[in-house]
Structure formats: structure tokens, C-alpha cells
Design a protein around this ligand. Structure first.
Ligand code: CMP
Length: 140
């Protein structure tokens, strides 16, 4: 299995509850290595651009407002089959549907305040990593 990269966001509901370390620990225990990380306050433009694929969805405005409601931690994660590995440890988008032992089952408050984002494909991982990081900020 190839070592690949994925992109992760620890969302405002998790940073507000001081869960950055707890979430990162679960990512690391799942076999992912944090090769870049920064805590940022997203601007509205940044959040709208990041979630542009969802702009026709009814929840788009609320999603953007939520993502700028506090700091987030954006991360690049590296590991074998990183996209799938990360999605497995995150659990389903809606915490009510997430498996026991996943980040969202453990920490998420709702489908919107669901503690983490993770890329859904290798192609989107590259786009999302490039959206927030310069290559020289990523140290494997
Ligand atoms: P994320 O993986 O960051 O991608 C889009 C986000 O939209 C998703 O996680 C949820 O936090 C949020 N969202 C809010 N409402 C919904 C919904 N009804 N269906 C899917 N995603 C939703």
C-alpha cells in the first residue's frame, strides 16, 4: 500500500472544547502522521472557496458561518492509504451514523459541528492541501 497524503481540518466545535490534542491523538493512533499543521481563523472568502462544491446546498451559508465561528487547525496527514485511513477514523458525516471508536462518534456535536473534515479522494486531497499550504510548510 502506497504512502499518501490527505488534508484534515479540526473544526471550531473541537477547538472551542480544547480537543485539538485529543483529536490529533486519534489520528496518530490510526497510523497517520501530522506532516504539517497550523491553527488559523478562516476568512469568509476562504471558507466559501474551500466549500464551493457545496454552494448550491441548503446548508452552505450555515456551514460557512460555522467554519468561521472560531479557530480551526488545518493539517496534512501522511500514511498508508491516507484518505481512506482518515475517513475510517473520522466516521460518518452525521455522528448519529458514525461507528463506535471514531472521532465523530466520540466528539461531534451534530452533522454540522462534526469536529473534523477529511478529503474524500487523492485528487481532492491535493487540491485541499494546496489551498492552505505551501510545499515548504510540509515536512514529512
Ligand atoms: P465536511 O466533511 O466538512 O463536508 C461538508 C460539511 O457540511 C460536512 O462535513 C458537514 O459538517 C456539513 N453539513 C452540514 N449539514 C449537512 C448535511 N445536511 N449533509 C451533509 N453535510 C452537512
Amino acid at each position: 500500500m502506497a504512502v499518501t497524503r490527505t488534508f484534515s481540518i479540526i473544526k471550531p466545535d473541537a477547538t472551542r472544547r480544547n480537543l485539538t490534542g485529543a483529536v490529533t491523538k486519534m489520528l496518530e493512533e490510526a497510523g497517520l502522521r501530522v506532516v504539517a499543521s497550523k491553527r488559523i481563523q478562516m476568512t469568509k472568502d476562504q471558507a466559501e472557496g474551500f466549500y464551493a462544491v457545496h454552494k448550491e446546498r441548503p446548508f452552505f451559508g450555515e456551514l460557512v458561518d460555522f467554519m468561521i465561528s472560531g479557530p480551526v487547525v488545518v493539517q496534512v496527514l501522511e500514511g498508508e492509504d491516507a484518505v481512506k485511513r482518515n475517513r475510517d477514523v473520522m466516521g460518518a458525516t452525521n455522528p448519529a451514523d458514525a461507528d463506535e471508536g471514531t472521532i465523530r462518534k466520540t466528539y461531534a456535536e451534530s452533522i454540522e459541528a462534526n469536529s473534523v473534515h477529511g478529503s474524500d479522494s487523492d485528487e481532492n486531497a491535493k487540491i485541499e492541501i494546496d489551498y492552505f499550504f505551501d510545499e515548504n510548510e510540509i515536512v514529512g
